[in-house]
Each structure stands twice: as structure tokens, then as C-alpha cells.
Design a binder for this molecule. Sequence first.
Ligand SMILES: Nc1ncnc2c1ncn2[C@@H]1O[C@H](COP(=O)(O)OP(=O)(O)OP(=O)(O)O)[C@@H](O)[C@H]1O
Ligand SMILES: [Mg+2]
Length: 245
Amino acid sequence: MSAEEANRALLVEDIVAGYLPGVNILNGCSLRAADEEIVVVVGPNGAGKSTLIKAIFGLLRITSGRVMLDGFDITNSPPHEVTRRGMSYVPQVDNVFPSLTIAENLEMGGIVNPSASAGRAEEMCVLFPRLGERTGQRAGTLSGGERQMLAMARALMSDPAVLLLDEPSAGLAPAAVGEVFDTVSRINEEGVTIVMIEQNARRALALADRGYVLESGKNRFDGPGESLLSDPKVAELYLGGAAAH
Ligand SMILES: Nc1ncnc2c1ncn2[C@@H]1O[C@H](COP(=O)(O)OP(=O)(O)OP(=O)(O)O)[C@@H](O)[C@H]1O
Ligand SMILES: [Mg+2]
């Protein structure tokens, strides 16, 4: 491995994985995220985007290829170990405990890495003032946007270097979508590397240092966010229209 690769916060090489024996969903996916980058993954429904993130996080067995985090090989490490090594994950669905309060959800987020999580709940209440104002409210009664904020705050409790986000803006009203994107930028500005799957592809790529288009479990296109946005093929096939100029 070169010195440059060793400095990558996250390096995913040629991974093959699936849910059932003999049925591969990922057929050689690669991705890299340097320190403090925002990396965005887009692609059609069923392309394998969520599967890729699950495999990176240790929720799905990788049969070939490797995942390196901050120079360590974490291929097939269980999620709690990945979390301790500095990477957190916000799933696409069911990403908060609805019957628990905001404070309790944050507490749950800190369990895996208690030493890193001391004092973090207070910091999260500053970073997310709307959550801080109502720490006793049950997560199930929050709006969609507030729930996404809580899911991100919960994932940040372990003080990760890398945050994996699976469609944080899915199903939200336009105003809340904007808030989620602003929040992702703020988290990134605090020094956290972001790997984000998004259906709001144009908006997400506009924010991205680098983007990946996934199709049928393989990389189809990758490059700086702006290059993908201005690529007529990417625009026509994956962004529903003409390229940005
Ligand atoms: N738990 C599972 N068991 C078996 N197959 C699954 C499972 N989860 C997903 N798949 C299959 O894996 C493929 C990729 O699904 P995945 O959820 O990764 O796609 P995606 O790109 O995230 O799509 P979307 O944009 O709809 O979220 C699909 O064919 C899906 O049916
Ligand atoms: Mg998905």
C-alpha cells in the first residue's frame, strides 16, 4: 500500500458480497474517501448502494476484496469493532428508537465507545439545538427531519472520524431536505469524513468532493462531484436530464 493510500480515511477495494450464498449483490465495488472529504454514492434503486454501506460497516459478509479504515484492515470486522475504530453508520430506515427519548437515544449511541462518548450528548445538543431543547421527547413523536437529525447525532456520539449516511434526506419535505444537507455540511466542517448515499443526486453531488455512480453492484462512473454533474452521460442516465453547465 502506498503512503497516499495509507492516509485515506476509508479505502474500499473490489468488494464482493451478497445476502444469500452464491448470490452476489456487489460485484467488485471500490470507493475511497480521504480525510474530511464528502463522498456521495448515487445510482438507481436496487443498485446495491445500501448493501455497499452495510458491507463496509460489517453487517454483511464480504467474500472478496477489502475495507481499510485509517490504514487498518477492517474487512468483515463486526460493527461494534468498526465503531471503536472510528466509523459510524446511519441506516436508511429504523435509525432511531421511537419509544425512547432523545436523551436515551443519544445514550444508546454512546454505549459501544464509552470513553469517546463522555460529554458528547451535551455537544450534540449544541450542534443540534432543536434536539437540545427537548431531550425528554420520545423519538417517535419527532418530525421526519428532526428524526434524521437525531439519527445523525446518535451516530456522532462515538466521536467518529468517518460517518456513513444512507439516504438521510429520503422522504422529507423540501425544507427539511435543505436542513439535512446543511447539517451534513456542518458535521463535515467539524472534521468528520462523510460517505453519503443520496437520491437527491444533483444536490448531493454539488456538495461532494467525489462522487460514485453505482449500477448492478459495480462502479459505473466516479470523479469529482462537479465533473459527474457536468457529464452528459451521467446526467442523462442517472440525473434525469441535461448536464449542469
Ligand atoms: N436483506 C436482504 N436479503 C436479500 N436481498 C436483499 C436484502 N437487502 C437487499 N437485497 C437485494 O440487494 C439488491 C440491492 O439492494 P440495496 O438495498 O443495496 O439497493 P439500493 O441501491 O440501496 O436501492 P434503493 O435506492 O432502493 O435504496 C436488491 O436486489 C435487493 O433486493
Ligand atoms: Mg438503499
